[in-house]
Design a protein around this ligand. Structure first.
Ligand SMILES: NC(=O)c1ccc[n+]([C@@H]2O[C@H](COP(=O)([O-])OP(=O)(O)OC[C@H]3O[C@@H](n4cnc5c(N)ncnc54)[C@H](O)[C@@H]3O)[C@@H](O)[C@H]2O)c1
Ligand SMILES: N[C@@H](CCO)C(=O)O
Ligand code: NA
Length: 437
């Protein structure tokens, strides 16, 4: 049989990784796919630039549009990133009847609904395993292996750069900016690293996870998103004393009234599995009603791990080229006409434990006032810690971890505390993970 001919858009970290991987494992990949796979064309910005892969057998040019229009190309791999040019190219590839593999979570999170509708219409497949948690097979796990479950929640560390920075701050005493620069040098960070530190990249990935877990359309713009920039090293210390690590998590969770979709710094019990995930590693927990909690751990970024997912998608694509489109795994796990518009809840409806730090004048009765405010809202206390602040010696810092409570109730407590005469400005609030593993 003729080899499957593949065109690659972009030969950066992931593109070069994919070329190297196919070159290294080509014979074994053919045994799995049932056909030879060849990278025949690639488009790059600068043809004179040295590449991290051999390009001897690849026809290299600068015109992505020529590749997506080439009748000799069966599959297009999009690895240029972004949601503008990449969108036009993916849509053109689909219109030309080509299957597409992409690692671009930004593109899928923002434009996936349109892309999948066009792909279904054209009878082609758009695969995106590499887009969420790089090499960890989380898309396949949720879409296929857990397909019999009612999925109740998904929670995970889904940005390697952010987790790397937090690990460096805790264990190496490195500053935020130094750790970020290190992550950039190592090739984990996005082209625009604010996507990593402000939680946007994690929100892109959570949009995809929530959609395939719950059967809802991609809803990136409704995700509550906070990054890691404002995490204070004092809170890292206090939380450690209380038995928690601060991790940046993406959480998608069902409630009776809708779906929570949130990305934020989260206190995780130091005994929980996610607490021990360090550096650029990712880990995702998925809770299905039949299977219970499951965990997926591994490299969420980098050339080799991401290429692992890209090439696996390519093999899957080759295997199903001859399959009736109606018999293929649906792009968003549920049949396209079975997606439901469940409400995505605002933060006032989040239900979880809460951590807050308040600085007060150190007077008799202050702590009693704070705990009374919590009791008035029926919020239980999990732990309390009191410390002297680094400077103002007549003040005290009080840190409280609550039992799970609706955030609107917690906000009433914080408003009450803020209005007390002895409360200083700047209450710190973070949410606490409440899942068991
Ligand atoms: N690096 C990772 O660890 C990782 C992991 C998962 C997903 N991703 C995603 O994979 C994609 C690629 O990431 P990367 O790390 O390889 O980025 P990269 O910056 O290393 O490579 C992208 C390449 O595309 C080229 N390019 C951009 N526009 C082009 C155009 N119009 N024509 C030709 N070439 C063009 C750039 O010059 C660059 O060489 C992104 O969507 C990224 O979010 C990356
Ligand atoms: N910048 C991303 C790359 C993988 O998607 C991260 O750090 O997780
Ligand atoms: Na993946």
């Amino acid at each position: 049989m003729e080899p499957v001919k593949v065109g690659i858009l972009g030969l950066g970290t992931v593109g070069a990784g994919a070329v190297n991987l196919l070159a290294r494992n080509g014979a074994e990949i053919t045994r799995r796919a049932g056909r030879d796979i060849r990278f025949t064309r690639a488009a790059v910005r600068d043809t004179s630039k040295a590449r991290e892969c051999s390009t001897a057998d690849i026809d290299i040019g600068t015109d992505c549009h020529a590749i997506v229009a080439d009748p000799n190309i069966d599959v297009v791999i999009e690895l240029i990133g972004g949601d503008t040019e990449a969108f036009d190219l993916v849509m053109a590839a689909i219109a030309n009847g080509k299957h597409v593999v992409t690692a671009n979570k930004h593109l899928i999170a923002l434009r996936g609904n349109e892309i999948f509708a066009a792909a279904d219409e054209a009878g082609v497949v758009v695969s995106f395993e590499a887009a969420v948690a790089g090499g960890i097979p989380i898309i396949k796990a949720i879409r296929e292996s857990l397909a019999a479950n009612h999925i109740e929640w998904v929670a995970g560390i889904i940005n390697g750069t952010g987790n790397f920075i937090l690990s460096q701050m805790v264990f190496e005493n490195v500053s935020f900016d130094e750790a970020l620069a290190d992550a950039q040098t190592r090739g984990f960070a996005e082209a625009d690293p604010t996507f990593d530190v402000e939680g946007i990249d994690a929100a892109h990935k959570l949009a995809i996870l929530g959609s395939i877990a719950f059967g809802i359309p991609l809803s990136f713009d409704k995700i509550f998103t906070q990054g890691i920039r404002d995490i204070d090293s004092d809170d890292i210390e206090y939380c450690a004393e209380l038995g928690y690590r601060i991790k940046h998590l993406g959480i998608a969770r069902r409630q009776d009234i809708g779906v929570e979709m949130r990305v934020h710094p989260t206190l995780v019990s130091e005994k929980a599995l996610l607490a021990s995930v360090e550096g650029e590693k990712n880990a995702i927990m998925v809770y299905g009603d039949a299977v219970g909690p499951t965990v997926y751990y591994g490299a969420g970024a980098g050339a080799g791990p991401t290429a692992s997912a890209v090439v696996a998608d390519l093999i899957d694509t080759v295997r199903m080229i001859s399959v009736d489109p109606k018999g293929r795994v649906p792009h968003l796990a549920f049949q396209p006409d079975e997606l439901t518009d469940e409400p995505i809840l605002g933060s006032e409806n989040f239900e979880c434990g809460h951590y807050f730090r308040v600085q007060v004048a150190d007077q008799i009765g202050v702590l009693a006032e704070i705990t009374r405010a919590l009791a008035d809202q029926q919020i239980g206390i999990e732990a309390i810690l009191q410390k002297d602040p680094p400077t103002e010696e007549d003040d005290a810092r009080v840190m409280i971890v609550t039992k799970p409570a609706r955030e609107s109730s917690l906000n009433k407590v914080l408003d009450h505390i803020r209005a007390l005469p002895y409360t200083r400005d700047g209450i710190v609030h973070m949410r606490v993970a409440q899942f068991e593993d």
